[in-house]
Design a protein around this ligand. Structure first.
Ligand code: CMX
Length: 436
């Protein structure tokens, strides 16, 4: 058994028995109540699920096992000469709750490289769909085409015992994460670079190798990919992609099926697709103003026009956060260091000054600040990844780290099939009448 799996097995067995005792002694304790407004308001804030890998604070932002994004940048292992954390380290932290050392992340990089080979027929599946199919649709199909290799599905078919679910889920999570950059890069190169594919470099770490297969071998792009893959990985359990993966996983669908379902949620414009929408909208603005570097007044006029047309400002607002997203700030710091003179990045910074007061002025937006998606596109454009319909795939590859480590925890803790109660609006009206 590998070192990470052994650690996870021990830690999860301990927590499982602690939680069994807690449910026995405190099972009837009330944690939350649900209001009518929450039932009609997308269940915002209702505490109703367990998610071990990260927790989202409305003010401080995401914390992975208690570590904020600035903490991760400081404490996670880095590769020689790099200033950004290795996503391998974050996966280790989320899975076992401990910061890994350099030797441990080097082992994980090698392990993922070892598991990364993709059978030829899977590429043929992708080749059979039109190149102009949206990359997120291709990505979901690519993930589903890997499902044949699921260890969980085949062991379940053979009659696996419940106590072994976590072990098979761990194998699937590791295999799938290892293969995702290859699938994603294949989609990018077939859709936008005439099928000129780039061989993986097994000597590079997971994030840098992904950058390499996309086609940019600069040290700065490798670093951005490490940062990008780290900061998009997890955002506690209630967001649409994480919750979908969790819900589907609760039926004992394997990691491939569950993750593919999560990706169909990430593909929505109110969620992960916002990263494509941001840059598309910025390009539309520059086009309509006829210049690459508009001033704040011109930008404000365009923002107002977008709102007048009944649309949202992409990249702004959040269902939980009430301050600027630390994932935005981390990318801003990266851009200030590496590409401060880029015109498109400067537009993003001007938007940061212009948009919040306008959204506040509407009097209904709970969070006028930028989210993670407001910055990434401008940096990717600078690095030559200009085909913005691909951006959500990048988000998806990173999101695998969080939702698949969480899936391992769900299987290890024996979390059951999700099945909340729904009611009809007629039932609700009667309920309220009776209360009166
Ligand atoms: N531009 C214009 N209006 C906005 C807005 C924005 N960026 N953000 C919120 N609003 C509006 C809502 O549409 C809603 O209007 P109605 O009452 O007329 O329906 C009102 O303000 C209240 O919304 P809220 O409670 O502040 O926000 P929600 O929790 O309902 O929605 C989110 C959150 C992210 C869907 C919303 O802010 C939004 O649509 N943002 C733009 C899309 C985006 O950037 N999504 C990415 C989020 C991060 C991610 O998941 O990747």
């Amino acid at each position: 058994m590998d070192q990470l799996k052994q650690k996870f097995g021990e830690k999860s067995a301990t927590l499982k028995s602690e939680l069994r005792a807690l449910i026995k002694s405190n099972g009837q304790e009330l944690v939350d109540q649900v209001s009518v407004a929450q039932m009609f308001g997308g269940m915002r804030g209702v505490k109703s699920m367990i998610w071990e890998t990260s927790n989202l604070d409305p003010i401080e932002g995401i914390k992975f096992r208690g570590y904020s994004i600035p903490d991760l940048r400081e404490h996670l292992p880095k590769i020689n000469g790099s200033t950004e954390p290795l996503p391998e380290g974050l996966f280790w932290l989320m899975l076992v709750g401990e910061l890994p050392n350099e030797k441990e992340v080097a082992w994980l990089s090698d392990e993922w490289a070892r598991r990364s080979a993709i059978p030829e027929y899977k590429f043929k599946t992708l080749d059979s769909i039109p190149k102009d199919t949206h990359p997120m649709t291709q990505f979901t199909i690519g993930v589903l085409s890997l499902q044949k290799g699921s260890v969980f599905a085949s062991k379940y078919f053979e009659g696996m015992a419940k106590d072994d679910y976590w072990d098979a889920s761990y194998e699937d999570a590791m295999d799938l994460i290892a293969k995702l950059p290859g699938i994603a890069a294949y989609i990018y190169r077939r859709s936008f670079h005439d099928n000129h594919h780039i061989e993986a470099n097994g000597k590079l770490d997971w994030g840098a190798n992904f950058g390499h297969m996309l086609g940019n071998d600069t040290a700065d792009f490798y670093d951005y990919m490490r940062l990008y893959m780290t900061i998009h990985a997890d955002h506690e359990g209630g967001n649409a992609s994480a919750h979908t993966t969790h819900l589907v996983g609760s039926t004992l669908s394997d990691a491939y099926l569950s993750f593919a379902a999560g990706m169909t949620a990430l593909a929505g414009p109110l969620h992960g697709l916002a990263n494509q929408e941001v840059i598309k909208w910025i390009f539309e603005m520059l086009d309509s103003l006829g210049k690459p570097n508009p001033n704040k007044e011109e930008i404000a006029a365009f923002v107002n026009r977008t709102l007048d047309e009944g649309k949202v400002i992409p990249g702004y607002g959040h269902a939980v956060l009430r301050e600027p997203d630390p994932r935005f700030t981390a990318q801003r710091l990266f851009a200030e260091k590496h590409l401060a003179s880029s015109e498109i990045v400067q537009v993003v910074w001007k938007l940061f000054e212009v948009v919040p007061p306008i959204l506040e002025g509407l009097g209904k937006v709970k969070n006028p600040w930028p989210n993670v998606d407001a910055h990434s596109g401008s940096i990717l454009v600078h690095f030559g990844v200009k085909e913005f319909t691909f951006y959500t795939v990048l988000f998806g590859v990173s999101r695998a780290l969080g939702v698949l480590s969480a899936l391992c925890w769900s299987r290890a803790l024996g979390l059951p099939l999700e099945r909340p109660k729904s009611v009809t609006s007629k039932w609700l009206k009667n309920f309220i009448d009776q209360k009166k």
